[in-house]
Write a protein that binds this ligand. Sequence first.
Ligand code: SF4
Ligand code: SF4
Length: 66
Amino acid sequence: MATTKIDQERCKGCEMCIAVCPKKILGLSDKINAQGYHFVEQKGPDCIGCTFCALVCPDVVIEVYK
Ligand code: SF4
Ligand code: SF4
């Protein structure tokens, strides 16, 4: 099973990764980071390692491990 590693302090909450995830397992946290943004979390275990989220993120916040 693949998983993501998200650098939550660098996330701007733009939601681009959320939009492209085919499994719909990414979502914004209720919490905010030090920059004041709601950051992305992986909400479920069903990551297939497609890396779409990592590729679309403008700030290279997400790493995917298979
Ligand atoms: S690697 Fe693919 S399935 Fe996994 S969280 Fe990113 S977009 Fe979703
Ligand atoms: S695309 Fe990057 S900056 Fe935007 S919400 Fe996702 S992880 Fe955060």
